[in-house]
Design a binder for this molecule. Sequence first.
Ligand code: ADP
Ligand code: MG
Length: 491
Amino acid sequence: MACVETSSEKWEMVIGLEVHAQIVSNSKLFSSASTKFGAAPNENVSLVDAALPGVLPVINSFCIDQAIKTGLGLNGDINLVSIFDRKNYFYPDLPQGYQISQYKHPIVSGGYIEIEIADGSARKINLERIHVEQDAGKSIHDQSAAKSFIDLNRAGVALMEIVTRPDMRSADEVSIFLRKLRSILRYLGTCDGNMDEGSMRADLNISLHRPGTELGTRAEIKNVNSIKFLVSAVAFEAARQIEILESGGTVEQETRLFDGATGETRPMRSKEDAQDYRYFPDPDLPPLVLKQSRVDAIRRTIPELPDAKTKRLQQEYDLPHYDATLIASEMEISNFYECALKTIKSPGKDEAKTLANWLLGELFALLKKHDKSISESNVSSENLAALVALIRTNVISGKIAKDVLEIIWDTGKHPAAIVQENGWRQIVSANEITVCLQKVLAQNVDKVAEYRDGKEKLFGFFIGQAMKETQGKANPQLLNEVLRKLLEKGE
Ligand code: ADP
Ligand code: MG
């Protein structure tokens, strides 16, 4: 996957990301204005955000704690001294005329995320740095033919810019990396990762080279706001750059825009127009100096993260790696799973696996059908556990359990009550099953003869008939055993 096959030789893609992640915080980075999503335009704007003369920024220490937590969670080094600079440029969305951002001295250096790629192998994606900066406002051009409007609700909202090294080699890796990053940030509670609300977006840097040679010249694609778009942008850019390189040209270092409607990128500005931002330390803000004790205290608040949780689920419950990874991918899913397991009396390996199957299979399908997340599930963890217990103790078959699950979803009733009301207890008496099968065989003498002549797939037909007879209540395993014996015996 890492290499793109072409008519001549192989090209390798080299990709680095700059991810902008909005910090979860009730108020902005340097003002007390709210950050609530969906507010009316300009409802969340303080004098600082509107950059009125004479106002001064004050660092929101909660946002800094969040950035420290993120750095620790992503295995980075926390710099005890970091500096806020002014990045100067004119933009209608930016009333200050500069963005306050960390430049040479970011709060976090280094770090990494381990991802698992399609073939199951692990890859380490290194991080360059994480710095903290302000977001800008938004211009609105589509409400009037004559006027443009400005909404400053986002102006001054705290962002973390998470910059990776050029360590990714395919669109797949980009998508796996972003999902993993989002999962960790959600566990940490430092970014909600909602790309459709703009709380996470990425600049894509991509170049091509022959494996083993120096890195090529990169293009930067700004502000891509979904994983799907990132994947398309990688494909488009790789194809565009290959065409240039194979026809003997050189790729220009430039900034491009991605158009979601066409799936194409187009130039925005070239390196020659790269802006000189005249960075300098913001005189309104002293260097940010942290005590080691503050960093240590935050380290103690870091929850068990997805990788550690995956390992523990595998060890503690003997779950397959695939199941454990899926369950650990979101804290809400793993909480649901572990709560459910706790309600099962001395759960063993089989209970753990059956529960995982029902959670990841049937319940996930219901959630998807009703467009709900696990925390909005109509089926509680206790009820799912109780359903699994009924399956494991052979009270109901897996087939009936699917119907029971749907009824739990609709009514919230306990599964045992549903089974009772509907008379859905499984038939586990060998006698009862023998009588039923004898009846089925007697009604299908010709088919029995065909079966004995070698038409073995009729076995399934007899099973089907017996299931119909018992309204699906026969224990499937027992049914199989008894039928085999009856057919062998020649009865
Ligand atoms: P800038 O601030 O101008 O965007 P950086 O050196 O900070 O430049 O790099 C930004 C991003 O570009 C990083 O994510 C880095 O991994 C990536 N990058 C650097 N060199 C290459 C390259 N040759 N090909 C692809 N990506 C690259
Ligand atoms: Mg950049």
